[in-house]
Write a protein that binds this ligand. Structure first.
Ligand SMILES: C[S@@+](CC[C@H](N)C(=O)[O-])C[C@H]1O[C@@H](n2cnc3c(N)ncnc32)[C@H](O)[C@@H]1O
Length: 394
């Protein structure tokens, strides 16, 4: 079949794009523009977003590391869209099998063509069904998976329990969330409904978003005495992505729950306290805004270290290194330098210089992966303020 015939079969204009080592058929993006001329994935007959390529690159790198560790990789993608992610798992991670599911029959047709043109038709099974029906039915999905990748519109929470059910012990369950408004505190009531967490706007909202999402899925898993620990978790562009290692047992689950807690934030002084303790924080300082429950532990795990050898993905490797450095600092929030400067009634110095100065005086410091104007450091607040004042241009 040539492209013209495939286009006719699908009934919408198409083009071929390249991601990693994979070429896929997607809706012809120039046909689905917003009035301002920008491509709008949700206008297309089947969803494909080129801006999510980095998300898929990270997925492939972690998938490769898991494939190597297990000597096998059975993948389930319950909301597969164009199938680009599933095909990349099959081709680039050499997945042993992939089950791609979408409720939209047109998406299913496109996934089948994409599996065919990439010569992975024998590895990929495509199901036209509801994600939760498949996730919750062992019979429909045909067993358990080493990697379940949930990448829906908006919040992944409606699929969290099913995804956890479908994942093997020592496997990975991955979630993308694009509903950053609730997760960053722009819509606190929505955050309460979807993530059972108190989230307010802070200068380190993007870090809160990552930690609130992990905290929520950890609690969903605990119902089944399943523990989840991040292998890699981050905020990028317009989404949060978390990939978590799954294990079973009441003891392990209790250990993960012990890493939940709260942050207390005093807006007038940019003073942040870590409040350990779940379900109740050990103590709450007066006059502070309490945020959480959320995950206080690391955002990376051992698999992320093993993923560093995939140098054919230099941007991903650099990115993972940065998040691993943040974990070494071990502080679950950051200082947005602009905000510190404004509290000091002074001009903002270069955040990079602040990092250098903090290191010079013996602290650990890096720019946050989610905000290049925010500094993560183990320096006490007073020293961060002192350095910002010292370095400020006026
Ligand atoms: C954000 S897109 C998926 C993008 C894809 N994962 C990727 O990496 O390109 C979400 C997809 O979920 C599908 N979908 C929405 N609700 C669903 C449901 N309840 N069950 C299965 N698929 C669903 C939509 O048709 C759409 O194709």
């Amino acid at each position: 079949m040539n492209l013209k015939e495939i286009e006719k079969e699908l009934g919408f204009p198409i083009e071929i794009v390249e991601e990693g080592r994979t070429k896929v058929i997607v809706p012809r993006m120039s046909e689905y523009l917003r009035p301002d001329g920008v491509y709008e994935p949700s206008h297309a007959p089947v969803f494909y977003n080129p801006r999510a390529k980095f998300n898929r690159d990270v997925a492939v790198v972690i998938g490769k590391a898991l494939r190597e560790e297990l000597g096998r990789l059975d993948v389930l993608e319950p909301l597969a869209g164009s199938g680009v992610r599933s095909v990349r798992y099959a081709r680039e991670c050499d997945a042993t099998k992939v089950l791609a599911v979408d409720v939209d029959p047109l998406a299913v047709k496109l996934i089948e063509f994409n599996a065919l043109i990439n010569n992975v038709y024998d590895k990929i099974k495509v199901l036209n069904n509801d994600a939760n029906a498949v996730l919750h039915s062992r019979e429909l999905r045909g067993g358990y998976f080493d990697l379940v990748d949930v990448d829906p519109f908006g919040s992944p929470m409606p699929f969290a329990d099913g995804a956890i059910r479908a994942t093997r012990r020592r496997g990975i369950v991955a979630f993308t969330a694009t509903d950053t408004a609730p997760l960053t505190g722009a819509k606190p009531q929505s955050a309460l409904r979807k993530y059972w967490s108190a989230v307010k706007r802070t200068p380190f909202s993007k870090e809160l978003a990552i930690r609130v999402l992990i905290g929520a899925v950890v609690r969903v898993a605990s119902v089944r005495e399943v523990s989840l620990r991040p292998e890699i978790a981050f905020f990028k562009d317009y989404y949060v992505r978390v990939e978590l290692r799954l294990d079973r047992g009441a003891g392990r689950t209790d250990q993960t729950l012990a890493q939940l807690g709260y942050l207390a934030y005093d807006e007038r002084n940019y003073d942040v306290r870590v409040l350990e303790g779940f379900p109740l924080p050990k103590e709450v300082p007066k006059g502070y805004t309490v945020l959480g429950p959320l995950w206080l532990g690391n955002l990376t795990g051992p698999l992320s270290e093993r993923a560093l050898k995939y140098e054919e993905f230099p941007k991903v490797v650099e990115f993972i290194k940065r998040i691993r450095m943040e974990d070494e600092i071990g502080v679950p929030y950051s200082y947005k330098i602009e905000k510190v400067a404004s509290l000091l009634h002074t001009h903002m110095p270069s955040p990079r210089l602040v990092v250098e100065k903090l290191r010079e005086i013996g602290y650990k410091a890096v720019l946050a992966h989610y905000d290049h104007t925010a500094v993560k450091t183990n320096a006490p607040r007073e020293d961060v303020f002192k350095v910002v004042k010292e370095l400020s241009p006026l």
